[in-house]
Design a protein around this ligand. Structure first.
Ligand SMILES: [Zn+2]
Length: 427
């Protein structure tokens, strides 16, 4: 790693090998900028490392190029400001954003092929004090669907979901913060369904992956097609399963919960603190207790953590402090724990890909009764724990013990805790 003078953020050139090769062969010159070549090299590098975003960030002295990989931003190169400006202009044109200087942030869409892969780019440009900053979200619309196994779901949790899929009724909600992999979980469920002769419809904003044999529509608020209208339209087609991208307003919540309460199987995402918190969020968007009790079948809470790189991970005896984390929740502390220092296979990051950690709540008859009676969520959480709910923190620590992620990666989960863990502690 090299450190730019006066800037504490290191550059990781291994994340942008093609771009750096081009820089070395042809240093940027104002009269021969090779902009398209640089843009292609940059995107090819981003695709190789499965970056979700590419940022072009100018300062007064240089422009930094950054990739978001597995949720973390890495600086991958610096180039002269004029070269960064040309690169930004190229991507703005591709996204059909006015190439002239902007007074306010602008968004646009474009597609480009690099390294044999067509990627969809959702581009945002924002004027800053040191020039225009450009951010691109990369959507690889043809990427293969992940399976429940691939996203890190345990066998017992997978079996619970299989049972729900076979029952074909009610609502399954996946909760978690933005960027916690909720949509990937829904897609993994669709992957299970794809094998069966079922009619499956989706209402999304935007459609993130195109799926064979599944009818997908995209909401379009600018043209007046809102979630609630789209759900109503899709219900007329009487699907076996309906996937709704997100329940986020009272109207879409009402339509979704009515559909799920009247014999349709519905999958969606929601902002919720933990699995039982899906009930709280539904109450907060105006759903009535009896409606929730009739519709909700499965509540899931999830987070994403980075997977340790298998090429450079090493184990060491667990310290007393580390063992205490396991003992605190009543789990047997492992003798050794894994960390990774970084190697060429992971571009020095120590991680490769991400893994979901899950808390899965199957609503049973007694819980349904409690919801209908308006019972608060702390009592619901205690009930769920006594009837088999495996809290998020337990799943996280199990994955640490297996050496799939590090204790540091799950720190955010343990710090935030969950109501379920709180209930566990006091019950
Ligand atoms: Zn490595």
């Amino acid at each position: 790693m090299s450190h730019a003078h006066g800037n504490p953020r290191p550059i990781e050139p291994r994340l942008a090998p093609r771009f750096h090769a081009l820089l070395a062969a042809h240093p940027p010159q104002p009269d021969h900028p090779r902009t398209e070549e640089r843009a292609e090299a940059l995107l090819a590098d981003a695709i190789q490392w499965r970056a979700s975003d590419v940022h072009i960030e100018p300062s007064t002295t240089e422009t930094r190029l950054r990739f978001r990989v597995d949720g973390v931003l890495h600086d991958v190169a610096t180039i002269p400001v004029f070269s960064g400006h040309r690169l930004s202009a190229f991507f703005k044109t591709l996204a059909q954003i006015d190439a002239l200087a902007l007074a306010r942030p602008e968004h646009g869409h474009g597609r480009m092929e690099a390294a044999g892969t067509m990627v969809e780019l959702r581009t945002t440009v924002a004027p800053t004090v040191s020039g225009e900053m450009l951010g691109m979200r990369l959507l690889d619309t043809n990427r293969p669907l992940l399976r429940l196994d691939d996203i890190g779901m345990s066998d017992p949790d997978q079996q619970t979901l299989q049972m729900w899929l076979e029952s074909m009724q009610g609502m399954l909600l996946v909760g978690g913060p933005v960027g916690s992999g909720k949509t990937s979980t829904l897609y993994a469920l669709l992957h299970e369904l794809q094998k069966l002769p079922r009619s499956i419809l989706t209402v999304e904003d935007p459609v993130e992956s195109r799926l064979d044999g599944i009818t997908q529509i995209e909401v379009n608020p600018k043209r007046g097609l809102l979630f609630a209208d789209a759900i109503r339209a899709m219900l007329r087609l009487d699907p076996d399963f309906l996937l709704v991208g997100e329940i986020r307003d009272p109207e879409s919540a009402h339509v979704a919960i009515t559909a799920a309460g009247s014999g349709h199987a519905l999958l969606s995402t929601i902002h919720a603190r933990d699995a039982v918190g899906t009930v709280t969020t539904l109450r907060n968007v105006g759903a009535r207790d009896w409606e929730i009790a009739a519709a909700l079948e499965v509540g899931i809470s999830q987070r994403l953590v980075r997977r340790l790189c298998m090429s450079c991970r090493t184990d060491a005896p667990a310290t007393e402090e580390e063992q205490a984390c396991f003992a605190a929740i009543g789990e047997a502390p492992p003798a050794t724990l894994f960390t990774a220092r970084g190697c060429n296979a992971c571009a020095g990051t120590g991680f490769s890909g991400r893994l979901g950690i899950f808390e899965l709540w199957r609503v049973d008859a007694a819980a349904r009764q409690l919801i209908a009676e308006g019972t608060d969520d702390l009592i619901l959480a205690r009930h769920a724990l006594r009837h088999g709910l495996h809290p998020l923190l337990h799943d996280a620590l199990a994955k640490v013990a297996e050496g799939r992620t590090s204790l540091a990666e799950i720190r955010a989960v343990s710090a935030e805790g969950s109501r379920a863990s709180t209930a566990y502690a006091v019950s």
